[in-house]
Design a binder for this molecule. Structure first.
Ligand SMILES: *Cc1c(COP(=O)(O)O)cnc(C)c1O
Length: 332
């Protein structure tokens, strides 16, 4: 997988650390848990979108773009990282924020990621839930073109075959770190939403023939739809890389039992996971993605799904800025 063939800019502080979670592993009494610190990718407080944006910005600049257009939920970590990347390369940025969470506290709509979007001078437009957001993106792109801009449209979460290359890079990086320290990785677990992270990791780990299984913990869609979406994007990424043949459907595994009341809606498991990681390891998760992802991992460990002699890597995809949108959940 020769990734240097694709246009790319540098945005991330990589390699991100791969660290043991010693106290958490001892407390849960199951497998040895490691954490891949992609919350520390560096751009505007970090997160998983930064690796995708390296390839998306590379493509945008190669096409002569002047303005990035993207979309996400109100507390989108992707919008925050896109706004920062646009600023770094002197591009304009417009983001459509879909009001998916209807009854959040005032902080949800004004603080956390929204505050940082504004500091990066990103133009924010609000959209009600339930629209075809990609169609909305196209319409805004056309408006900007009429105004003389060269818009570059980035899908929600930066999840297309270009963005997913960022997680092929992460798979390569993680494997090299494991081999250097003779760590055998038995499972990779992370939160999955718009599918690019899991698609990239699966393509990277399968393309290198490691056989390491990846489990995505869903935060929105039911399992069948999530797995189908990830698999379609993974196959597109596989083809974009020019790998031979097809990617087996069974390589894509998701567990969507930890969504709770819906996207961005707090669950008791998420609250426990955020507090547990903070209080045993000094690590901040987020309320929408990594908190629910870790809640899933904790529950599966308690149910004995992993052997005590196994090594599980949790990919921390970032998002702690979102905690400030959920102040009343953690400090009522
Ligand atoms: C976007 C996001 C995810 C999900 O990644 P996808 O590639 O969209 O599946 C997980 N965690 C955080 C913090 C995110 O912002």
């Amino acid at each position: 997988m020769h990734l240097s063939r694709f246009p790319r800019v540098t945005l991330s502080h990589a390699p991100t650390p791969l660290e043991p979670l010693t106290r958490l592993s001892r407390q849960l009494g199951g497998p040895t848990i490691y954490i891949k610190r992609d919350d520390c990718t560096g751009l505007a407080s970090g997160g998983n979108k930064t690796r995708k944006l390296e390839f998306l910005l590379g493509d945008a600049l190669a096409q002569g773009a002047t303005h990035l257009v993207t979309q996400g939920a109100t507390q989108s970590n992707h919008v925050r990282q896109t706004a920062a990347a646009a600023a770094k390369f002197g591009l304009g940025c417009t983001a459509l924020l879909e009001v998916r969470v209807a009854d959040g506290a005032p902080e949800y709509y004004n603080s956390g990621n929204v505050l940082l979007d504004k500091i990066f001078n990103c133009t924010l437009e609000s959209r009600p839930a339930g629209l075809d957001m990609n169609q909305e993106l196209v319409a805004v792109g056309e408006r900007l073109r009429e105004q003389g801009e060269k818009p570059y449209l980035i899908p929600g979460g930066g999840s297309n075959a270009i963005g997913a290359l960022g997680y092929v890079v992460c798979a390569q990086e993680m494997l090299m770190q494991a081999n250097e320290r003779q760590l055998r990785i038995d499972h990779v677990v992370h939160a999955t939403g718009s599918c690019g992270t899991q698609a990239g990791l699966v393509v990277g780990l399968q393309g290198m023939n490691t056989g390491i299984p990846v489990l995505g913990i869903g935060v929105r869609a039911p399992r069948e739809r999530q797995e189908a979406n990830v698999h379609a994007l993974a196959q597109a990424t596989w083809d974009h890389l020019g790998l031979p043949g097809t990617l087996a459907r069974e390589t894509v595994q998701a567990n969507c039992d930890y969504v709770g009341g819906g996207y961005g809606v707090p669950t008791p498991g998420m609250i426990e996971a955020v507090q547990m990681l903070a209080q045993t390891e000094g690590i901040l998760l987020d309320p929408v993605y990594s908190g629910k992802g870790m809640a899933g991992l904790i529950d599966l460990i308690r149910r004995g799904q992993f052997g005590k002699d196994e090594n599980v890597v949790f990919v921390h995809t970032g998002g702690s800025v979102g905690l400030f949108g959920y102040r009343e959940v953690f400090a009522p």
